[in-house]
Structure formats: structure tokens, C-alpha cells
Design a protein around this ligand. Structure first.
Ligand code: NAD
Ligand code: UDP
Length: 322
């Protein structure tokens, strides 16, 4: 879809999973995109097809350092999202969330840009309220191994709302629930990508704990639609707004669906449950429906089929080159 008003849009973390889809969507809408990434978990492969686009520009930059550019809108997505990646250098994870937010908010203030924050369902921690609504304050272990991410993102939300109250910044805070699809990192350990790769290789499926913990998985195209609608919503719609697919299932059920879909001979293999792993998670998306007229359109089956096709292609390319 082409638009009439071309905007200059900064996407931090633009070479990551969600960021690369967002850059492509914004270019398709006729905007100019400035993509910033330090390639901590992102990859050039995710943006390679965008590099020749006349309105796409890439800068290798770490958002924990100040950035001086001129844009109309900022989507702040830079931050590792997978537990094994964000726990790999937890101090840097907190810096990315907190110093990164301060730098991007300072930029937004100077240039009077609208700014979107990729927050997370992890702000609810291991929730004692189900499904999770935005008014719930959460149940987070502040000193545990997930805290660098959870508390970093919570502090970033605080900063966004203080900049809004103190400096009248136009903010859009999205609480993203588990999202999956093409361009996920091959080895980032997130459950959907891990299970699909294990199934395609007929290797045992790694179930952490009993596998009775639940998650609700949203396909990436639905999520990107929500981001764009949120950015285009009236200024008074600040969030936080939950974004995710309420269709909840256990990790065992997810494994079974992926085995069936891929026709795999994989068996389930249980491992220790990581510390502080949330037991259940399901978004209440009433606010997203009310303010953005948004709800997910892609079923888990269709989304998984597309994701399996993507990883089949990635694995066959790796096999060809090895
Ligand atoms: P991702 O790891 O694929 O992408 C993150 C990107 O940020 C990567 O390209 C990485 O290199 C970059 N990055 C990390 N630290 C940086 C820094 N200091 N400076 C510049 N770039 C940096 O993860 P994703 O799934 O695309 O997640 C994107 C955002 O959405 C993250 O902020 C994440 O917390 C949030 N989120 C994602 C999910 C999900 O299920 N995918 C759920 C909740 C929240
Ligand atoms: N999980 C699993 N096996 C894996 C990877 C993850 O059983 O190989 C479980 C993990 O313990 C968690 C859920 O799947 O309960 C989702 O994990 P993920 O890392 O994708 O995201 P989270 O929602 O925990 O941040």
C-alpha cells in the first residue's frame, strides 16, 4: 500500500527478527527507513534484500551510545529478546534497555519525534493473574537471571512515561507477547525456532520441565500490523497496550503440533526447567481491539507452516554450502 505522506522512520534493532519485518513493511508503505543495529543478535541476512532499496539506510550503531539523526518517528526495538541471548551479557542487556531508552528518548525530545517502545509480556514476570491485562503490575524477581531483561524493560517503560509527563513526548508503549516467524535467529533457543529445527533434523525435541507451562504465540505479520496501527493512532493513545495472540497452549502441545506438521520422527526429551520460567502467559487484548481495531488474523497452524517453510529453506542453504 502506498501512502501520500512520506515519513523518515528510525528502526533500532532493525536487523533483528521483528525489526527486519518492520523495515520492509515501512518501505512498502513508501516511507524512508533508517535502520540501526549493532548485530548482537541481528544479521545482515535479515536486511540483505533491503540494502539496494533507495529509501533504506543502515548504520551500525549501539544504542547505549548517543545517536544524532533527524527523523519523524522512532521504533525502539533494539534489545536481545531470547533468554539465552539476553542472559549471555546481562549487564549489556540492562544497558541496552535503560541507557538505550534514555538515548532514544533524548533524541525524540530534541527532534520532536513520536517514539514506540518494544516492551514485553515479561514485565508481568511469572504472573499470578491470568490472562494478563495492562493494569496488572506483575510478579517479577528483581535479582533473578531474567531480571536484566524484565527489570530493564520495566525501567524503560518508566522512562517513557516520565518523558511523556515531564516533556510531553508522544509515546507508544507496546507489551509484546511471544511472536514467531521467518527471520528468527537460527540458534537463539526460543521455543518455536528450536522445536522446528529439531523436528526438521529428526532430533529430540527439548522440553524444559514437564512442558506444561503455557505460552500464546503470535505470527509476525499480525504483530507488525499492530505496531504500525499503534504508531498511527491518536497521540493520547500511549499504552501500555498488550500485543499478542490469545490462543494459549502448553509447550508439549506446541511440540506435538510441530512434529505433526513436519512429519518428523523426533521424540520428546525433558530437560531441567530454567529458573524463573513463567508458568502461564496469555494476553488480554481488549485494549488493542478497542484503540487499534486490531486482533490477530493468522492461525497458529498457518503461521507455523510459513515458519517451517522458512527454516527448511535456511537449512537447505546451509547444507548446500557445507
Ligand atoms: P532480535 O534479537 O531478533 O532483535 C533485536 C535486535 O536488536 C537485533 O538485531 C540486535 O542485534 C539488536 N540490538 C541488540 N542490542 C543492541 C544495541 N545495544 N544497539 C543496537 N542494536 C542492538 O529480537 P526480536 O524478537 O526481533 O525483538 C525485538 C524487540 O521486541 C526487542 O526489544 C524485544 O525485547 C521485543 N520483544 C520481542 C518479543 C518476541 O517474541 N519476538 C516478545 C517481547 C518483546
Ligand atoms: N522451552 C522449551 N524448550 C526449548 C526452549 C524453550 O521447553 O528448547 C520453553 C521455555 O522453558 C519456556 C517456553 O518454552 O517455558 C518459551 O520459551 P522462550 O525461550 O521461547 O520464551 P519465553 O517466553 O520464556 O521468554
Amino acid at each position: 500500500m502506498k501512502i501520500h505522506t512520506k515519513k523518515r522512520v528510525l528502526v533500532t534493532g532493525g536487523a533483528g527478527f521483528l525489526g527486519s519485518h518492520l523495515c520492509e513493511r515501512l518501505l512498502n508503505e513508501g516511507h524512508e527507513v533508517l535502520c540501526i543495529d549493532n548485530f548482537f543478535t541481528g544479521s545482515k541476512d535479515n536486511i540483505i534484500k533491503l540494502l539496494d532499496h533507495p529509501y533504506f539506510e543502515f548504520i551500525r550503531h549501539d544504542i547505549t551510545f548517543p545517536l544524532y539523526v533527524e527523523v519523524d518517528e522512532i521504533y525502539n526495538l533494539a534489545c536481545p529478546a531470547s533468554p539465552i541471548h539476553y542472559q549471555n551479557d546481562p549487564v549489556q542487556t540492562t544497558k541496552t534497555s535503560v541507557h538505550g531508552a534514555i538515548n532514544m528518548l533524548g533524541l525524540a525530545k530534541r527532534i520532536k519525534a513520536k517514539i514506540f517502545q518494544a516492551s514485553t509480556s515479561e514485565v508481568y514476570g511469572d504472573p499470578q493473574v491470568h490472562p494478563q491485562r495492562e493494569e496488572y503490575w506483575g510478579h517479577v524477581n528483581p535479582t533473578g537471571i531474567r531480571a536484566c531483561y524484565d527489570e530493564g524493560k520495566r525501567c524503560a517503560e518508566t522512562l517513557f512515561f516520565d518523558y511523556h509527563r515531564q516533556h510531553q513526548l508522544c509515546i507508544k508503549v507496546a507489551r509484546i507477547f511471544n511472536t514467531y516467524g521467518p527471520n528468527m535467529h537460527l540458534n537463539d533457543g526460543r521455543v518455536v525456532s528450536s522445536f522446528i529445527i529439531q523436528a526438521l533434523k529428526n532430533e529430540p525435541i527439548s522440553i524444559y520441565g514437564e512442558g506444561l507451562q503455557t505460552r500464546s504465540f503470535c505470527y509476525v505479520d499480525d504483530m507488525i500490523e499492530a505496531f504500525v496501527r499503534f504508531m498511527n493512532s491518536p497521540n493520547e493513545v500511549t499504552g501500555p497496550i498488550n500485543m499478542g495472540n490469545p490462543c494459549e497452549l502448553t509447550i508439549i502441545e506446541l511440540a506435538q503440533q510441530i512434529i505433526e506438521l513436519t512429519g518428523s520422527h523426533s521424540v520428546l526429551k525433558h530437560h531441567a526447567l530454567p529458573k524463573d520460567d513463567p508458568m502461564q502467559r496469555q494476553p488480554d487484548i481488549s485494549l488493542a481491539k478497542e484503540h487499534l481495531g486490531w486482533e490477530p488474523q493468522v492461525s497458529l497452524k498457518v503461521g507455523l507452516e510459513k515458519t517451517v517453510a522458512y527454516f527448511e529453506n535456511v537449512l537447505s542453504t546451509i547444507n548446500l554450502n557445507s
